[in-house]
Design a protein around this ligand. Sequence first.
Ligand SMILES: Cc1cc2nc3c(=O)[nH]c(=O)nc-3n(C[C@H](O)[C@H](O)[C@H](O)COP(=O)(O)O)c2cc1C
Length: 373
Amino acid sequence: MQTEFAKKLGIDVPIFAFTHCRDVVVAVSKAGGIGVLGAVGYSPAQLKEELDWIDEHIGDHVYGVDTAIPQKYEGMDKTSPDELVAMIQDAIPEEHRKFAAGLLSSHGVPELPDKDDGVTLSFSAVQGQLLVDEALTRPNCRIIVNALGTPPAEIIKQVQDSGRMIGALAGRLKHGINHKTAGLDFVVCQGTEGGGHAGEVTSMVLWPQMVKELAPLPILAAGGIASGQQMMAAMSMGVEGVWLGSMWLNSSEASAEPAQRESYMKATSEDTVRSKSFTGKTARMLKNEWTEAWEREDTPDPLPMPLQGYLTFDAVRRTHKYAGVAETQKVAFNPIGQVVGQINQIESCRDIMTRLLTEYAESYERINSLMPE
Ligand SMILES: Cc1cc2nc3c(=O)[nH]c(=O)nc-3n(C[C@H](O)[C@H](O)[C@H](O)COP(=O)(O)O)c2cc1C
């Protein structure tokens, strides 16, 4: 299984792994695909540390870095990260803070020992730019990808001038067309099944539309792929590769706590919901008492991005760190796609890749066997 796009990148198979975990990046790249590190939860200094580690362990293999610069967000006029964060913190209503804190305390989620440990969120152009600057100092980082919109023109030029490729996610055809018009090198087309921020259209409907309308731009298929059969379905529609996110969350290399792994393995495909309750934009995650509480008539509505993300960042970190404590899983942030129903065991990234390729070959055999003699 090989495509022109994968050859251009220098990878053996066109399997792209979105992950927040550096160990997964290295494991997938070493197994012949390419790991892409989600950097939205890192300050530039933390990203430097993660990329130093990746560079030390990845050998000659390539990887990517993913930013999350929304097309539109509160505070777009701010030119310094400190000014932006101060504006956001001021704009979060007390009622929302109390409601979020109450949900955590009523479920027994412990406080973090040190709230001001420098961990931050980078949901803006001014912060994303610093992450891109860091990523571009790394020779093995060959792609930059942006979630939530077309990246700013200066970043597109900067990445392309450095000899690398830049792409972006799209959950609507309109967004894919915007990416193409802006001159991106590829588009990751994510159907509604996918984990994290997701639109309304299914992968089965969206992938072929994007391939047709954006040709000859390479399209990577995302949303709902966790087996070689699903990979085959995507490849048959003309995409240049597959981009998986949920599948790596329960891999042995992922930094998931045992209670979080248990939540994934117990969940069925009906247990996810698209909710604005953590980031302010619709993202797919495991349904729980937190997602339901923010939907009620008598509770505050989620704030716009990036305010809701800053409001809930404490909850995200606490529910991750104390995943197994008290009733944490009832209010935990567990973004994952509908393929969660297919995640029933812990596998290494290499085993996942081998399984995907074996199943892909088996489904090819099946399709061939249906052809008339
Ligand atoms: C836990 C999680 C977090 C995600 N965060 C981001 C992100 O920060 N940036 C991004 O481009 N995509 C993000 N995504 C979406 C993935 O890149 C990918 O498109 C999606 O997971 C594909 O669908 P799947 O979950 O069915 O594999 C996230 C997905 C998950 C599961």
